[in-house]
Design a protein around this ligand. Structure first.
Ligand SMILES: NC(=O)c1ccc[n+]([C@@H]2O[C@H](COP(=O)([O-])OP(=O)(O)OC[C@H]3O[C@@H](n4cnc5c(N)ncnc54)[C@H](OP(=O)(O)O)[C@@H]3O)[C@@H](O)[C@H]2O)c1
Length: 380
Protein backbone atom coordinates (compact mmCIF):
# COMPACT_ATOMS: atom_id res chain seq x y z
CA UNK A 1 0.00 0.00 0.00
CA UNK A 2 1.12 3.54 -0.74
CA UNK A 3 1.17 5.21 2.71
CA UNK A 4 0.81 8.94 3.38
CA UNK A 5 4.45 8.96 4.59
CA UNK A 6 5.61 7.40 1.32
CA UNK A 7 3.56 9.96 -0.59
CA UNK A 8 5.17 12.84 1.32
CA UNK A 9 8.67 11.40 0.83
CA UNK A 10 8.05 10.97 -2.91
CA UNK A 11 6.66 14.47 -3.14
CA UNK A 12 9.70 15.90 -1.31
CA UNK A 13 12.02 14.01 -3.64
CA UNK A 14 10.27 15.18 -6.79
CA UNK A 15 10.36 18.74 -5.38
CA UNK A 16 14.09 18.40 -4.88
CA UNK A 17 14.45 17.04 -8.42
CA UNK A 18 12.49 19.98 -9.77
CA UNK A 19 14.76 22.37 -7.88
CA UNK A 20 17.85 20.62 -9.19
CA UNK A 21 16.46 20.61 -12.72
CA UNK A 22 16.15 24.41 -12.71
CA UNK A 23 19.16 26.08 -14.36
CA UNK A 24 21.54 27.63 -11.88
CA UNK A 25 21.18 31.41 -11.66
CA UNK A 26 23.74 33.06 -13.91
CA UNK A 27 25.78 35.51 -11.80
CA UNK A 28 25.30 38.98 -13.16
CA UNK A 29 27.87 41.26 -11.62
CA UNK A 30 29.92 38.88 -9.48
CA UNK A 31 30.52 41.88 -7.21
CA UNK A 32 31.90 43.97 -10.07
CA UNK A 33 30.82 47.60 -10.39
CA UNK A 34 29.04 48.76 -13.57
CA UNK A 35 30.99 50.44 -16.37
CA UNK A 36 32.66 53.71 -15.30
CA UNK A 37 31.20 53.47 -11.79
CA UNK A 38 32.14 56.42 -9.59
CA UNK A 39 30.75 56.09 -6.03
CA UNK A 40 28.15 58.76 -5.26
CA UNK A 41 28.58 58.47 -1.49
CA UNK A 42 24.82 58.00 -1.04
CA UNK A 43 23.29 55.33 1.15
CA UNK A 44 20.26 55.04 -1.12
CA UNK A 45 19.56 53.00 -4.23
CA UNK A 46 21.76 55.20 -6.40
CA UNK A 47 25.36 54.35 -5.47
CA UNK A 48 27.05 55.72 -8.59
CA UNK A 49 27.38 59.05 -10.37
CA UNK A 50 28.37 59.93 -13.91
CA UNK A 51 29.60 63.06 -15.68
CA UNK A 52 27.84 64.42 -18.74
CA UNK A 53 29.66 67.08 -20.75
CA UNK A 54 33.31 68.02 -20.63
CA UNK A 55 35.33 70.90 -19.15
CA UNK A 56 33.20 73.93 -18.26
CA UNK A 57 30.15 72.15 -19.67
CA UNK A 58 30.55 69.16 -17.32
CA UNK A 59 27.75 68.23 -14.94
CA UNK A 60 27.95 65.42 -12.40
CA UNK A 61 24.68 63.55 -11.92
CA UNK A 62 23.35 60.26 -10.60
CA UNK A 63 23.90 57.44 -13.08
CA UNK A 64 20.12 57.13 -13.62
CA UNK A 65 17.74 60.11 -13.59
CA UNK A 66 13.98 60.38 -13.26
CA UNK A 67 11.75 61.41 -16.17
CA UNK A 68 8.95 63.47 -14.65
CA UNK A 69 6.89 64.06 -17.82
CA UNK A 70 4.34 61.32 -17.13
CA UNK A 71 3.45 62.89 -13.79
CA UNK A 72 1.32 65.49 -15.56
CA UNK A 73 1.56 64.94 -19.34
CA UNK A 74 1.02 62.02 -21.73
CA UNK A 75 1.49 58.43 -20.48
CA UNK A 76 -2.06 58.00 -19.22
CA UNK A 77 -3.52 58.92 -15.86
CA UNK A 78 -1.60 61.28 -13.61
CA UNK A 79 -1.24 61.13 -9.83
CA UNK A 80 -2.14 64.21 -7.78
CA UNK A 81 0.50 66.89 -7.23
CA UNK A 82 1.23 65.86 -3.63
CA UNK A 83 2.03 62.31 -4.73
CA UNK A 84 4.35 63.56 -7.49
CA UNK A 85 6.19 65.90 -5.14
CA UNK A 86 6.61 63.05 -2.63
CA UNK A 87 7.88 60.67 -5.34
CA UNK A 88 10.47 63.19 -6.56
CA UNK A 89 11.64 63.83 -2.99
CA UNK A 90 11.86 60.08 -2.36
CA UNK A 91 14.07 59.83 -5.46
CA UNK A 92 16.30 62.58 -4.01
CA UNK A 93 16.58 60.57 -0.77
CA UNK A 94 17.69 57.60 -2.86
CA UNK A 95 20.49 59.66 -4.43
CA UNK A 96 18.89 60.71 -7.74
CA UNK A 97 20.16 64.11 -8.86
CA UNK A 98 18.86 64.36 -12.44
CA UNK A 99 15.18 65.18 -12.92
CA UNK A 100 13.76 65.72 -16.38
CA UNK A 101 10.99 68.17 -17.15
CA UNK A 102 10.07 70.66 -19.91
CA UNK A 103 7.97 73.73 -20.55
CA UNK A 104 5.99 71.56 -22.97
CA UNK A 105 4.91 69.04 -20.34
CA UNK A 106 1.44 70.12 -19.34
CA UNK A 107 2.35 72.56 -20.82
CA UNK A 108 3.91 74.49 -17.93
CA UNK A 109 2.47 72.39 -15.06
CA UNK A 110 5.24 69.80 -14.94
CA UNK A 111 8.01 72.36 -14.38
CA UNK A 112 6.12 73.79 -11.45
CA UNK A 113 5.72 70.32 -9.85
CA UNK A 114 9.45 69.66 -10.23
CA UNK A 115 10.25 73.20 -9.02
CA UNK A 116 8.18 72.71 -5.88
CA UNK A 117 9.57 69.23 -5.19
CA UNK A 118 13.20 70.33 -5.52
CA UNK A 119 12.92 73.67 -3.72
CA UNK A 120 14.27 72.29 -0.41
CA UNK A 121 17.40 71.06 -2.24
CA UNK A 122 18.61 74.29 -3.87
CA UNK A 123 22.31 74.10 -4.63
CA UNK A 124 22.35 70.31 -4.13
CA UNK A 125 20.24 69.10 -7.05
CA UNK A 126 20.80 70.58 -10.51
CA UNK A 127 17.71 72.09 -12.12
CA UNK A 128 17.16 71.13 -15.74
CA UNK A 129 14.41 71.81 -18.27
CA UNK A 130 13.68 72.02 -21.99
CA UNK A 131 12.33 75.00 -23.95
CA UNK A 132 11.90 75.99 -27.61
CA UNK A 133 8.19 75.83 -28.48
CA UNK A 134 5.72 78.64 -29.04
CA UNK A 135 2.19 78.50 -27.62
CA UNK A 136 -1.12 80.21 -28.04
CA UNK A 137 -2.23 80.02 -24.42
CA UNK A 138 -1.71 76.34 -23.72
CA UNK A 139 -1.97 75.28 -27.37
CA UNK A 140 1.31 74.22 -28.99
CA UNK A 141 1.97 76.18 -32.19
CA UNK A 142 5.48 75.40 -33.47
CA UNK A 143 9.21 75.22 -32.73
CA UNK A 144 10.46 78.76 -32.22
CA UNK A 145 14.05 79.52 -31.24
CA UNK A 146 13.81 83.28 -31.81
CA UNK A 147 15.43 85.37 -29.10
CA UNK A 148 12.04 86.70 -27.99
CA UNK A 149 10.49 83.25 -27.60
CA UNK A 150 13.48 81.63 -25.90
CA UNK A 151 13.75 84.58 -23.52
CA UNK A 152 10.02 84.39 -22.71
CA UNK A 153 10.27 80.63 -22.09
CA UNK A 154 13.41 80.92 -20.00
CA UNK A 155 11.98 83.65 -17.75
CA UNK A 156 8.81 81.60 -17.22
CA UNK A 157 10.76 78.38 -16.53
CA UNK A 158 12.92 80.20 -13.97
CA UNK A 159 9.76 81.37 -12.17
CA UNK A 160 8.08 77.97 -12.24
CA UNK A 161 11.22 76.19 -11.10
CA UNK A 162 11.72 78.76 -8.34
CA UNK A 163 15.30 79.70 -9.15
CA UNK A 164 17.37 82.50 -10.66
CA UNK A 165 19.63 80.28 -12.75
CA UNK A 166 18.98 76.88 -14.35
CA UNK A 167 21.79 74.33 -14.38
CA UNK A 168 20.98 72.79 -17.77
CA UNK A 169 18.51 73.97 -20.41
CA UNK A 170 17.88 71.90 -23.54
CA UNK A 171 16.38 73.09 -26.82
CA UNK A 172 13.50 70.59 -26.97
CA UNK A 173 13.27 70.44 -30.77
CA UNK A 174 15.41 72.29 -33.27
CA UNK A 175 13.76 75.23 -35.02
CA UNK A 176 14.65 74.27 -38.57
CA UNK A 177 13.98 77.79 -39.85
CA UNK A 178 17.11 79.07 -38.10
CA UNK A 179 20.77 78.05 -38.19
CA UNK A 180 21.70 76.11 -35.06
CA UNK A 181 24.71 78.41 -34.61
CA UNK A 182 22.28 81.29 -33.97
CA UNK A 183 20.49 79.26 -31.25
CA UNK A 184 23.83 78.27 -29.69
CA UNK A 185 24.94 81.91 -29.59
CA UNK A 186 21.65 82.90 -27.92
CA UNK A 187 22.03 80.22 -25.27
CA UNK A 188 25.59 81.42 -24.66
CA UNK A 189 24.27 84.98 -24.24
CA UNK A 190 21.71 83.69 -21.68
CA UNK A 191 24.57 82.03 -19.82
CA UNK A 192 26.44 85.35 -19.72
CA UNK A 193 23.27 86.96 -18.34
CA UNK A 194 23.30 84.39 -15.51
CA UNK A 195 20.04 82.67 -16.50
CA UNK A 196 21.52 79.25 -17.28
CA UNK A 197 24.81 77.46 -16.65
CA UNK A 198 24.84 74.82 -19.40
CA UNK A 199 22.82 73.82 -22.42
CA UNK A 200 21.73 70.75 -24.31
CA UNK A 201 19.87 69.61 -27.41
CA UNK A 202 17.17 67.05 -28.03
CA UNK A 203 16.53 64.81 -31.05
CA UNK A 204 19.20 66.36 -33.27
CA UNK A 205 21.54 64.64 -35.68
CA UNK A 206 25.32 64.39 -35.32
CA UNK A 207 25.96 67.24 -37.80
CA UNK A 208 23.76 69.70 -35.90
CA UNK A 209 25.35 68.64 -32.61
CA UNK A 210 28.85 69.32 -33.98
CA UNK A 211 27.90 72.77 -35.34
CA UNK A 212 26.16 73.77 -32.11
CA UNK A 213 29.02 72.49 -29.95
CA UNK A 214 31.55 74.59 -31.89
CA UNK A 215 29.74 77.78 -30.74
CA UNK A 216 28.87 76.84 -27.15
CA UNK A 217 30.01 73.44 -25.77
CA UNK A 218 27.01 71.18 -25.25
CA UNK A 219 26.57 69.29 -21.98
CA UNK A 220 24.01 66.71 -23.05
CA UNK A 221 21.97 65.42 -25.93
CA UNK A 222 18.57 63.88 -25.26
CA UNK A 223 17.68 61.18 -27.77
CA UNK A 224 15.43 58.18 -27.63
CA UNK A 225 17.79 55.30 -26.90
CA UNK A 226 17.29 51.85 -25.48
CA UNK A 227 16.77 48.23 -26.44
CA UNK A 228 13.71 49.26 -28.48
CA UNK A 229 15.52 52.10 -30.32
CA UNK A 230 19.22 51.54 -30.90
CA UNK A 231 19.64 53.97 -33.82
CA UNK A 232 22.09 56.33 -32.00
CA UNK A 233 24.64 53.47 -32.07
CA UNK A 234 24.74 53.54 -35.86
CA UNK A 235 23.49 56.97 -37.03
CA UNK A 236 26.56 58.85 -35.83
CA UNK A 237 24.98 60.33 -32.68
CA UNK A 238 26.89 58.16 -30.15
CA UNK A 239 30.12 58.61 -32.12
CA UNK A 240 29.69 62.40 -32.10
CA UNK A 241 28.91 62.41 -28.35
CA UNK A 242 32.06 60.34 -27.67
CA UNK A 243 34.21 62.61 -29.84
CA UNK A 244 32.89 65.90 -28.42
CA UNK A 245 32.50 64.79 -24.79
CA UNK A 246 28.74 65.34 -24.83
CA UNK A 247 26.64 63.21 -22.45
CA UNK A 248 23.78 61.15 -23.88
CA UNK A 249 20.58 61.30 -21.84
CA UNK A 250 18.32 58.60 -23.28
CA UNK A 251 14.60 59.24 -23.10
CA UNK A 252 12.15 56.40 -23.62
CA UNK A 253 14.75 53.91 -22.35
CA UNK A 254 11.91 51.50 -21.50
CA UNK A 255 10.35 51.80 -24.94
CA UNK A 256 7.72 54.21 -23.52
CA UNK A 257 6.53 51.46 -21.20
CA UNK A 258 6.79 48.49 -23.60
CA UNK A 259 9.68 46.93 -21.64
CA UNK A 260 7.64 47.25 -18.44
CA UNK A 261 5.28 44.57 -19.71
CA UNK A 262 2.08 46.49 -19.00
CA UNK A 263 1.50 47.50 -22.60
CA UNK A 264 -0.07 44.85 -24.78
CA UNK A 265 -2.37 44.57 -27.78
CA UNK A 266 -5.43 45.16 -25.57
CA UNK A 267 -4.07 48.36 -23.99
CA UNK A 268 -6.40 51.33 -24.27
CA UNK A 269 -4.47 54.61 -24.21
CA UNK A 270 -6.64 57.01 -22.27
CA UNK A 271 -7.70 60.10 -24.14
CA UNK A 272 -8.01 62.61 -21.34
CA UNK A 273 -5.33 63.48 -20.42
CA UNK A 274 -3.97 62.31 -23.72
CA UNK A 275 -1.40 59.57 -24.22
CA UNK A 276 0.53 60.07 -27.47
CA UNK A 277 1.32 56.35 -27.81
CA UNK A 278 -2.08 55.85 -29.41
CA UNK A 279 -0.79 57.84 -32.40
CA UNK A 280 2.54 56.05 -32.63
CA UNK A 281 2.65 53.14 -35.12
CA UNK A 282 4.68 50.93 -32.74
CA UNK A 283 1.84 50.83 -30.22
CA UNK A 284 -0.95 49.77 -32.57
CA UNK A 285 -2.43 46.42 -31.47
CA UNK A 286 -1.04 44.55 -34.48
CA UNK A 287 2.48 45.98 -34.09
CA UNK A 288 2.53 45.35 -30.34
CA UNK A 289 1.44 41.76 -31.00
CA UNK A 290 4.26 41.38 -33.54
CA UNK A 291 6.81 42.81 -31.05
CA UNK A 292 5.83 40.66 -28.06
CA UNK A 293 8.33 37.84 -28.88
CA UNK A 294 11.11 40.40 -28.24
CA UNK A 295 9.73 41.02 -24.76
CA UNK A 296 9.46 37.25 -24.15
CA UNK A 297 13.09 36.75 -25.20
CA UNK A 298 14.23 39.52 -22.85
CA UNK A 299 12.18 38.06 -20.00
CA UNK A 300 13.84 34.69 -20.56
CA UNK A 301 17.30 36.30 -20.56
CA UNK A 302 16.57 38.31 -17.41
CA UNK A 303 14.93 35.44 -15.52
CA UNK A 304 18.09 33.36 -15.58
CA UNK A 305 19.98 36.31 -14.10
CA UNK A 306 17.43 37.56 -11.58
CA UNK A 307 16.87 40.83 -13.43
CA UNK A 308 13.59 42.29 -14.63
CA UNK A 309 13.21 43.51 -18.22
CA UNK A 310 13.12 47.25 -17.28
CA UNK A 311 16.35 46.70 -15.31
CA UNK A 312 17.91 44.94 -18.31
CA UNK A 313 16.93 47.86 -20.51
CA UNK A 314 18.51 50.42 -18.20
CA UNK A 315 21.63 48.35 -17.47
CA UNK A 316 22.10 47.92 -21.24
CA UNK A 317 22.05 51.73 -21.67
CA UNK A 318 24.57 52.18 -18.85
CA UNK A 319 26.86 49.54 -20.32
CA UNK A 320 27.09 51.33 -23.68
CA UNK A 321 29.25 54.24 -22.43
CA UNK A 322 30.13 55.85 -19.08
CA UNK A 323 28.55 59.15 -20.18
CA UNK A 324 25.08 57.72 -20.80
CA UNK A 325 22.48 58.66 -18.15
CA UNK A 326 19.00 57.27 -18.87
CA UNK A 327 15.89 59.04 -17.54
CA UNK A 328 13.16 56.39 -17.20
CA UNK A 329 9.75 57.88 -16.51
CA UNK A 330 7.52 56.58 -13.76
CA UNK A 331 4.78 57.74 -11.40
CA UNK A 332 5.05 54.65 -9.18
CA UNK A 333 7.25 54.09 -6.17
CA UNK A 334 7.67 50.36 -6.87
CA UNK A 335 8.74 51.03 -10.47
CA UNK A 336 11.08 53.82 -9.37
CA UNK A 337 12.83 51.47 -6.95
CA UNK A 338 13.04 48.73 -9.56
CA UNK A 339 14.49 51.15 -12.11
CA UNK A 340 17.04 52.69 -9.73
CA UNK A 341 18.35 49.26 -8.74
CA UNK A 342 19.52 48.87 -12.34
CA UNK A 343 22.32 51.34 -11.51
CA UNK A 344 24.09 48.56 -9.59
CA UNK A 345 23.84 45.93 -12.31
CA UNK A 346 27.08 45.29 -14.16
CA UNK A 347 26.35 43.55 -17.44
CA UNK A 348 29.34 41.74 -18.89
CA UNK A 349 30.37 42.56 -22.49
CA UNK A 350 29.04 39.10 -23.42
CA UNK A 351 25.65 39.92 -21.88
CA UNK A 352 25.50 43.25 -23.72
CA UNK A 353 26.39 41.51 -26.99
CA UNK A 354 23.74 38.83 -26.31
CA UNK A 355 21.11 41.53 -25.70
CA UNK A 356 22.08 43.27 -28.94
CA UNK A 357 21.70 39.94 -30.75
CA UNK A 358 18.25 39.42 -29.19
CA UNK A 359 17.26 42.94 -30.35
CA UNK A 360 18.53 42.26 -33.86
CA UNK A 361 16.69 38.95 -34.06
CA UNK A 362 13.42 40.50 -32.86
CA UNK A 363 12.97 43.84 -34.63
CA UNK A 364 10.27 46.05 -33.13
CA UNK A 365 7.33 46.31 -35.51
CA UNK A 366 6.17 49.71 -36.73
CA UNK A 367 7.71 53.15 -37.03
CA UNK A 368 8.76 55.06 -33.93
CA UNK A 369 6.80 58.17 -34.88
CA UNK A 370 3.96 59.07 -37.25
CA UNK A 371 5.09 61.32 -40.17
CA UNK A 372 3.98 64.56 -38.43
CA UNK A 373 6.18 63.85 -35.39
CA UNK A 374 9.05 62.48 -37.48
CA UNK A 375 9.14 65.76 -39.42
CA UNK A 376 10.12 67.55 -36.20
CA UNK A 377 13.17 65.33 -35.66
CA UNK A 378 16.46 66.79 -36.88
CA UNK A 379 18.56 64.23 -38.72
CA UNK A 380 21.21 66.57 -40.11
N1 LIG B 1 13.49 65.02 -25.15
C1 LIG B 1 12.35 64.54 -25.55
O1 LIG B 1 11.86 64.87 -26.63
C2 LIG B 1 11.61 63.56 -24.70
C3 LIG B 1 10.58 62.77 -25.27
C4 LIG B 1 9.90 61.88 -24.43
C5 LIG B 1 10.26 61.77 -23.09
N2 LIG B 1 11.25 62.54 -22.58
C6 LIG B 1 11.64 62.41 -21.14
O2 LIG B 1 12.03 61.06 -20.91
C7 LIG B 1 11.31 60.50 -19.83
C8 LIG B 1 11.05 59.03 -20.07
O3 LIG B 1 10.47 58.80 -21.34
P1 LIG B 1 9.09 58.06 -21.60
O4 LIG B 1 8.15 58.26 -20.48
O5 LIG B 1 8.68 58.45 -22.96
O6 LIG B 1 9.46 56.53 -21.73
P2 LIG B 1 10.05 55.36 -20.78
O7 LIG B 1 10.83 55.89 -19.67
O8 LIG B 1 10.67 54.41 -21.72
O9 LIG B 1 8.72 54.66 -20.26
C9 LIG B 1 7.92 55.22 -19.28
C10 LIG B 1 6.78 54.25 -19.02
O10 LIG B 1 7.31 53.06 -18.46
C11 LIG B 1 6.60 52.68 -17.28
N3 LIG B 1 7.57 52.14 -16.32
C12 LIG B 1 8.63 52.76 -15.75
N4 LIG B 1 9.31 51.92 -14.96
C13 LIG B 1 8.65 50.74 -15.02
C14 LIG B 1 8.86 49.48 -14.41
N5 LIG B 1 9.89 49.26 -13.60
N6 LIG B 1 7.98 48.49 -14.70
C15 LIG B 1 6.92 48.69 -15.53
N7 LIG B 1 6.68 49.86 -16.15
C16 LIG B 1 7.55 50.88 -15.89
C17 LIG B 1 5.96 53.96 -16.78
O11 LIG B 1 4.69 53.70 -16.19
P3 LIG B 1 4.45 53.87 -14.59
O12 LIG B 1 4.28 55.32 -14.35
O13 LIG B 1 3.24 53.05 -14.41
O14 LIG B 1 5.65 53.29 -13.93
C18 LIG B 1 5.78 54.80 -18.05
O15 LIG B 1 4.51 54.62 -18.60
C19 LIG B 1 10.03 61.33 -19.74
O16 LIG B 1 9.51 61.33 -18.43
C20 LIG B 1 10.50 62.70 -20.17
O17 LIG B 1 10.99 63.41 -19.04
C21 LIG B 1 11.93 63.42 -23.35
Amino acid sequence: MYSRRMFLAAAALSGARATLARPAMIPISGGAAPLGAVPSGTKGLMPYRRTIGRGEAALEVSSIGLGCMGMSFLRGTHPDRKTCVALIRYAVEQGVTLFDTAEAYGPFENESIVGEALEPFRGEIPLTTKIGFEYDGTRYLRENSSEANLRRALEASLRRMRTECLDLVYIHRRDKTRPIEETAALMLAFKKEGKLRRWGLSEVGAGTLRRAHAVFPVTALQSEFGLTWRAPLTNGVMAACAELGVGLVPFGPLGKGFLGGFVNEATVYVDQPMDNRKNFPRYSPENIRASLPFLAALEEFGKARGITVPQLGLAWCLAKAPWVVPIPGTCRLSHLEEDLRAASIALSPEDVAALDRIAEEHPIAGDRYPPSEQARVDEA
